[in-house]
Each structure stands twice: as structure tokens, then as C-alpha cells.
Design a protein around this ligand. Sequence first.
Ligand SMILES: Nc1ncnc2c1ncn2[C@@H]1O[C@H](COP(=O)(O)OP(=O)(O)OP(=O)(O)O)[C@@H](O)[C@H]1O
Length: 447
Amino acid sequence: MAQIQELDHLKIPLQDIKLATNNFAEDNFIGTGGFGRVYKGQLPNDHSIVAIKRLDNTITPQGPREFALEIIVLASYKHTNLTSLVGFCDDDGEKILMYEYVTNGSLENHLASVNLTWEQRLRICLGAASGLDYLHGGLGTSHRAIHGNIKSSNILLDVNREAKISDFGMSNIGHMIDSGSLGFVDPQYKNTGVLSKESDVYSFGVVLFEVLCRRPAVMAEYHDERKFLRKVVKRCYEEEKLDEIIMDDLREQMKPYSLEIFSTAAYQCLNKDRKQRPSMKSIVQELRSSFEYQIGSPTKLWGSSTGGSPWSLLLDNNMKLRKIAIDHEDWIFSIGFTVEDVNGLLIFSQHGGTGGDNNRELYEINFDADEEIIGMLGTIGVTTGYYAGYQVISSLCIVTNKRRYGPFGEETMTRFRVPWDVGSFAGFYGRAGFYLDGLGFYSKNTI
Ligand SMILES: Nc1ncnc2c1ncn2[C@@H]1O[C@H](COP(=O)(O)OP(=O)(O)OP(=O)(O)O)[C@@H](O)[C@H]1O
């Protein structure tokens, strides 16, 4: 009961809600969803603008205690990319939820906009993915939540076009009747009736393709394959004809790796087998790579532009590269980075594999606090042995303002060299699988 009393600060008297909405006046009505009508309101005490969701009693049959317990859970989720619950009301047979008002409408309304650039689209997707990743595990194992109804109308955009996921936790409050979710629903849910985190991942994959293809998941006006985006996408992706469904002007803005990373991640979400779908954590990483590649200023890619999968590490001014670990023998197998973020947290990422070799050597470069990368030299080679015939980075040498590290690996005749001015190195990108297939660098000079 103590927990329920802790909720007192969130309780809003019905009288205040009526004042805020002018007694649920049509002028303040925003729209109807699967749980009831939503109104815009201004609270009488602090004049803040809120969204007021007046739940339909027939689909929210919970008693006051159950309802209050759900509110405790909903109120505990706090993240920049979730719409915060700011209050609730359970008076006179009314059940009402009150959220921060998100000014810019839903992503669904912006999908077709020609003004929404690829970079902005990526930023929105990355934000929404971070919000969903948080719901899936951000509060620890005891607080894992499934959204259960991910779709573009449940991703709201604030004044800065920052994504805010709304309607989370509603599947615990009542049974939703919602035809608007058609086109996003996990096929495994239709078969089993069981929702899981992977169901959210599937639905999020559909949203990613909506953003990429600038069209909604379902277009009722079509009576063929085009009606359902997921069907068109499946065919075009498998036939490598994504250009058919990406508008030319958006396509022209995209850097090739940004599109490749984005579409690969989105397609993996749509896997029929739940176990094969990526976690939201890995989608966040992939979207970040896609975004970084889009906004960064990549130099030429050295090595293979087709082997392995693309990866990226773009350092902003608040991040410091602490360590590089290079695993090599005749060529470079993998490269690992330890980056310190603004809070002093160390983040590790590694790209590449073992090349199937057990005689490899690991070299770690630990940078001093005032040490900066100012250049890089390397060579490109072709693998031999069991995994023969692949073009890879065969040797690498890293130059800082203090010293030169390497060469690591075996130097060949095909050389590359990237010099920077002090302070202009901004990160790495590349391709990796069994080996470090390709390597490129970001420079601050041209950002
Ligand atoms: N916090 C909010 N701020 C601003 N507008 C909101 C907010 N929450 C919901 N809305 C708007 O209110 C309308 C109804 O939203 P609601 O979430 O109830 O339904 P929905 O997203 O269309 O469907 P579902 O109930 O299946 O999620 C939509 O136009 C939505 O954009």
C-alpha cells in the first residue's frame, strides 16, 4: 500500500482535468486511439500543456488498485525518448492518463514529408530505438517491458523532432481494439497470441522501412502486393532492388553505407523466426553506425568495399579514444576500440574476427591523455590459406603526436596513407567479418 500512496503526487482531481480541457470540449480533442479519446489541456495550477487520454471503460476494466499498480510501473519509466506520464485520475468512474504534450504530431504524419531529410530520419529512428531499448531492459531485469503496439503513430516528435515513444505499457491496462496496428504486427503473434520483445523488434522493423520508403505500412488503396509495405520490402530486398521503393530525392541524400547498414538492420527485424531478430541494443548500434556514416566525413575506404559488414566509430568532442587493440598475423584480423565518454564510462567495440588463425598476435595501444592520432599508414593484401582470395587490410601503422605504433601485420606493395592536422582525426569506419576487410577514417576538417 505504501507504494500506492507514493503515487499521490501524480493524482490529478477530475475537476482539474475538466478545467484543463474545458470539460472535454471538442476544440481540445486531438484524436481517438485504441484506448479512447485524447485531448490537449492546460493544467490550472502550473499552466503546463498536457495530453489527456480519457480511457474507454469498456476496454479498461481494471479496479482502482490494479490501475494504480500499473501507473506505478508506467511512471517509473523515464527516458528522453519516451513520452513521460505526468499524472493520472481515477475519480467518478473515469480513468485518465496524463502525458507531457508532444508538439509535433506523430512520425506517421511526417513519413511522406519531403522536408524530412535522411539525416533527420536517421536521428528519429535512432531516438526511437534508444527509447525502445530502454523499455526492453533499461531498468534492469525486474522492469523489462514489452511495448506491444509499436507503429509510427505511437512515435511522437517534439519541437526539435526528437522521437518520443508513446503508449508503452498499455497492453497491461486493457485490451486494445485497433485496426491501425495492422501491417506492424509480428506474424508469430498472430500464430501464437504471445507478445514478446521480438514482436516489438518486428514492428520496429516495419517502422524503419516506412521511414526509408516514405510510405505507411498499409496503403488501403492498393489491392496488390503494394498494399503491405512488409511484402514489397521483402521482395525488393531479396532481389536487391531497394531502389524501386526509395524515392529518388531521398536516395540522392544517402551515403551508400548509411543505406546498407540501415536496410540490413531493418530487414533482420522482419525475420519470421523470432530468435533470428536482433535485439534493440544491437539495432541502436547499427542505426548509430548508419547515422555516423551519414553525418561524418569519411575518407576513401581502403581494402574491400564488399567483404564483411560495415561498422563505424565516430568520436564527438566529448569522447576520447583510450585504447586500440589490433589482432593480427599476416594481415589484420580485428581492430578494437576503447572509448571514454563524457561521464568517464569506457565503451568497447571490436570489428573483425580471428581469420581462422590461432597464431595471431594482439597488440594494445594505450594512449596518453594528451596523445592524439595524426596519421595512419597501411597496406592492402589478399588472404591465402583456408580463407583465401579476400582483399583485406594487411598491415597498419598508427601515428600520434607522440610516436608511431606498428606496423602490425605484413606489409605489401599496395600502400595507403592518411595524414591529419593535429585535432582533426574524428574516427574510423570500415568493413569486417573474419578479417578487417576495409578501413576508412573520419576527419573533422570536412564535417
Ligand atoms: N503525449 C501526446 N502529445 C500529443 N499528442 C498525443 C499524445 N499522445 C497521443 N497523442 C495524439 O492523440 C491521438 C490519439 O493517440 P493514441 O495514442 O490514443 O492513438 P493511436 O496512436 O492513434 O493508436 P493506439 O491507441 O493504437 O496507440 C493521436 O493523434 C496522437 O498523435
